[in-house]
Design a protein around this ligand. Structure first.
Ligand code: PLP
Length: 364
């Protein structure tokens, strides 16, 4: 029941460039694959909402159900025009923490390098929507030089995260150049890439790409699966190719109202991820970015989800629930409370299934 059956999966369906070039962007294009609601049509005619959806990701949409989790992540609603109290274009003060173009330096030993503003599919919940999709172009030679110079001049930087946009929209040759320059800095220990390609354009993970990536080990990849519906044969194959190349793959889920804000959905998601050898890393509380207020859930919901996972399923499947501090303080872990009381003699705790236990402190 592929929504794109009217396109009859053209010959080049499995070619990531074909997917990228044929991103669905207009009412007319999307109207051919799903039954748009009047609200979706109204939002799609807003020129300031950047829309782009690979035919592959669109094929996962339920053509009849406007609450479909794939649809809600990719097709805008009028609510994106609202700016709720406390929201900001740049809620994490990334621009303020950018010492040179395309570098964000928030923590002592690691930086983010923004490789591009382009994505295979633009997420409606994008926290960087102030710039992502606005101009579809990767970093320039000069910007790369400047960023690498910044990293090379600071021996404390041992971890570089290439993010965006989606760095895996860049061509293999350009990625190779970027990775080579970063890897040439002796104090950079690990390189990480943040990408949604395995989710939104899994055909991007080609043998040629993998051959480029594995030259730069230790290299880690973080993906963003938000719903079990995103796990398909194609996305599973893409992740397997990465893991088989020795690249540890982690997952960062954004907690999204009406999409994945239940224990049931999250439990299915994390269990499916372990089957793909992907380690759930973070569960993010939705940021205060302008235009994504309608995705926010109460913080208590995230805590409840972690509580519903811890002990109830494999410990490996339990991500850390974090709130990225408004203003730019970094990610703050928020956990259910298992410690009931603490004294010099003992700690009183509760188990995952609600039993009270005492742990005596050492008395010497
Ligand atoms: C998330 C983030 C990192 C990486 O954080 P980890 O907890 O190490 O994964 C680094 N820099 C910035 C600016 C970030 O937002």
């Amino acid at each position: 029941m592929s929504a794109v059956c009217c396109l009859c999966k053209p010959e080049r369906w499995h070619d990531w460039r074909w997917q990228f070039r044929h991103r669905l962007r207009t009412i007319e294009q999307l109207g051919q694959v799903i039954k748009l609601t009047p609200e979706e049509e109204a939002a799609l005619s807003q020129p300031n909402f950047v829309v782009g959806i690979t035919p592959y990701f669109a094929s996962l949409m339920d053509p009849e159900d406007p609450t479909c989790p794939i649809r809600r992540q990719a097709i805008p609603l009028a609510a994106e025009g609202a700016s709720g109290p406390g929201t900001a274009a740049d809620p994490l003060n990334e621009e303020g923490l950018s010492p040179v173009s395309r570098i964000i330096h928030r923590y002592p030993d690691r930086v983010v390098l923004l490789g591009t503003e382009t994505c295979h599919t633009y997420c409606r919940h994008c926290t960087r929507r102030r710039r992502v999709g606005m101009v579809e172009k990767g970093l320039t030679r000069d910007e790369l030089e400047g960023a690498v110079e910044y990293i090379a001049g600071r021996p404390e930087i041992r971890d570089v995260l290439i993010s965006g946009g989606d760095p895996l929209t860049l061509a293999n040759g350009q990625l190779d150049r970027i990775l080579a320059k970063i890897r040439a800095v002796p104090h950079v220990e690990i390189i990480r890439i943040g990408t949604r390609a395995p989710v939104t354009n899994p055909y991007r993970i080609t043998p040629d790409l993998v051959a480029v990536l594995k030259k730069y080990h230790p290299l880690w990849i973080n993906v963003q699966f938000n719903h079990p519906k995103e796990i398909t044969e194609a996305s599973a194959r893409a992740c397997a190719a990465l893991v088989d190349a020795g690249i540890p793959v982690g997952n960062q889920t954004v907690l999204l109202k009406g999409i994945n804000d239940s224990v049931d959905v999250q439990k299915r998601l994390v269990q499916e991820l372990l089957k793909l050898r992907i380690r759930p890393y973070y569960l993010y509380q939705c940021d205060l970015a302008k235009g994504i207020d309608h995705f926010r859930t109460p913080v208590a919901r995230g805590i409840e989800i972690i509580e519903g996972l811890r002990g109830h399923t494999s410990g490996l499947a339990v991500p850390t629930f974090v709130i990225d501090a408004p203003g730019g303080g970094g990610k703050i872990p928020v956990s259910p409370q298992y410690v009931i009381s603490q004294s010099p003699e003992k700690v009183v705790l509760r188990t995952y299934d609600g039993k009270i236990v005492e742990y005596p402190e050492p008395q010497f």
